[in-house]
Design a protein around this ligand. Structure first.
Ligand code: SIN
Length: 358
């Protein structure tokens, strides 16, 4: 089922093409490309096994993409050039500033961000929570560097440009494109360390594909207009503790040391041991928000009712992280805690932005 067109979509469909340009040129949309590094900007010794991410400048990457001129008019900008393990909140703020400038430019139809795949889903989820959804913002990477035999970067980049310049992609906000597939940032996760089909949305599946040169969407866009329009520069410190057999109160206390909030990657449906529960109760009694998530990467950690006794969220003072994996639950807390909020308010944010129900 298609969403009704917004004013923005209608204006784009009705917009006249420029007089002096050729027909083919006039049909092409302008896409702003913001480069941050990753394997898509990686280079090695002729093999995909050994290479460095975040070394090739965006100009050189674009020159190596065949047929790019027929897909979109691209204006590119290097925002950073790092492996995505080094993407941090300061890079997010710089990127956000550049995206906002591009979104305000009436010539720009959509935005593509090249990014390392290791934390790509985190940047995409962050952007989905802070940006308006009218123009498409597409985050893309590759699993193999440009120097590899059968590199996947050029096709992924072309697909990202196709999505960013397609009318069908408007009003969908931030998306992830990898390996012919379009994903919702809330649901997408990297599930393989090397294969080109490294990304999946295990709970709900992808929202579309790019197999024929045009994006095809098979899921409705979920409305998620700029939930947190004002961001930073003061971020709370939010830590993550990973539960395991033998996880104890000391592990919780060590992880939470100095943190303003804690996410627990729990076993099962966000559970943790009796010792860890005591430590969590002590934190929540001091007003430190603690979110329970699952370490499995799939499934809904919902609010535990009082009938669950000392494992209930009421007894623990905790928040249920719903379908968000620990790293994304941390991002929602980073943004939510820029304003003081009660546990009930935080839970309703997780229900809204962590369970596919936006
Ligand atoms: C990175 O995340 O920067 C390295 C890995 C990749 O892009 O695939």
């Amino acid at each position: 089922m298609r969403k009704p067109a917004t004013l923005f979509t209608l204006l784009r469909r009705l917009a006249p093409s420029g007089g002096a340009r050729t027909r083919a040129d006039a049909a092409l949309k302008t896409v702003r490309l913001l480069a941050t590094g990753g394997t898509i900007a990686g280079a090695g010794e002729g093999s995909s096994v050994s290479y460095r991410a975040g070394v090739v400048p965006i100009g050189a990457i674009l020159r190596a993409v065949p047929g790019l001129d027929a897909v979109a008019k691209v204006s590119a900008e290097q925002v950073a050039n790092v492996g995505s393990e080094d993407v941090d909140q300061s890079i997010w703020l710089t990127l956000l500033g550049r995206i906002r400038v591009a979104l305000a430019d009436p010539e720009v139809a959509g935005i593509v961000i090249t990014h390392g795949t290791d934390t790509l889903e985190e940047t995409a989820y962050f952007l989905s929570l802070v940006l308006p959804s009218a123009k498409p913002v597409v985050v893309v990477g590759s699993m193999r560097p440009g120097t590899a035999t059968s590199a996947d970067g050029p096709e992924n980049l072309l697909d990202a440009l196709r999505v960013a310049s397609a009318d069908e992609a408007c009003d969908r906000g931030t998306m992830v494109v990898m390996n012919d597939t379009i994903f919702d940032p809330e649901m997408v996760t990297k599930v393989d360390v090397r294969r080109v089909n490294a990304f999946a949305a295990p709970s709900r599946g992808p929202i579309g594909d790019v197999l024929t040169g045009r994006p095809r969407f098979f899921a409705d866009a979920t409305p998620h207009d700029a939930a947190f329009p004002v961001v930073g520069p003061a971020w709370p410190r939010v830590a993550i503790a990973y539960a395991y057999a033998g996880f104890q109160g000391d592990d919780v206390r060590a992880a939470a040391n100095g943190a303003e909030a804690l996410v627990i990657a729990g076993v099962g449906a966000g559970s943790f041991s009796a010792g860890a529960r005591q430590a969590v109760k002590a934190l929540t009694a001091r007003g430190i928000p603690v979110v329970r998530t699952g370490r499995q990467g799939m499934g809904d950690v919902w609010f535990n009712p009082p009938s669950m006794g000392d494992m209930s969220d009421a007894a623990l003072g905790t928040i249920a992280g719903r379908e968000l994996p620990p790293a994304k639950a941390r991002i929602l807390l980073l943004l939510a805690l820029q304003t003081p909020r009660s546990r009930e308010e935080l839970q309703s944010l997780f229900d809204r932005y962590g369970a596919g129900g936006r």
